[in-house]
Design a protein around this ligand. Structure first.
Ligand code: SF4
Length: 98
């Protein structure tokens, strides 16, 4: 069972989920290290319309990321709320282009 990050992550990109993922399945359109360095410098990068995604081909469904998300943006694929249904395809699509 794969996990999915919904658009609730938009503008947040906390990245705590990245640290706990044992298979490095989480990424986004921003460089995670650069984002963290900017925050460490006290900067607040503009993350409008920017979120992280989970690679469904890499995720092993361990669930470790779920409790780490401060905005509860992560769901098991079968539990994605209808309003966020498009997130399943969005997570897949992000990694198809990488
Ligand atoms: Fe990584 Fe586990 Fe979350 Fe999948 S469920 S993205 S393997 S931490």
């Amino acid at each position: 069972m794969t996990y999915v990050i919904t658009s609730l992550c938009d503008g947040v990109c906390d990245t705590a989920c990245v640290d706990v993922c044992p298979v490095d399945a989480i990424a986004g359109p921003v460089d995670i290290d650069e984002l963290r360095q900017a925050r460490a410098r006290g900067e607040s990068p503009d993350l409008t319309n920017t979120q992280l995604f989970i690679d469904p081909d890499t995720c092993i469904g361990c669930g470790a990321c779920l409790p780490e998300c401060p905005v509860a943006a992560i769901f098991e694929e079968d539990d994605v709320p209808a309003v966020h249904e498009g997130a399943i395809a969005a997570n897949e699509a992000f990694f198809e282009t990488r």
